[in-house]
Design a protein around this ligand. Sequence first.
Ligand SMILES: [Zn+2]
Length: 96
Amino acid sequence: MKYHEFLILHTLHHAEKGQITGVFMMKELRNHGYRISPGTMYPLLHEMEEKGLLKSRQEVRNGKRVRIYEITEKGRIALEEGRRRVEELCRELLEE
Ligand SMILES: [Zn+2]
């Protein structure tokens, strides 16, 4: 599994739990020990929306325009499929 795919799955995982923003996801990834720049995060979210995995809208929060993302049905299906792939890979890794 490529790093890019891992980022997509992790983002879908959080989007499934609730609405997300780029700032939220960058903080989240930092908690896991991954430093992702806005120059990586925002194009990724945009790409995911283009693929139909997420949908977004703009909101004004504290006077700032923020793009809020939520998971789509297609995103949920991709997440389930991704989980199965990760599970299969990890099962083999952990058995040996
Ligand atoms: Zn996380």
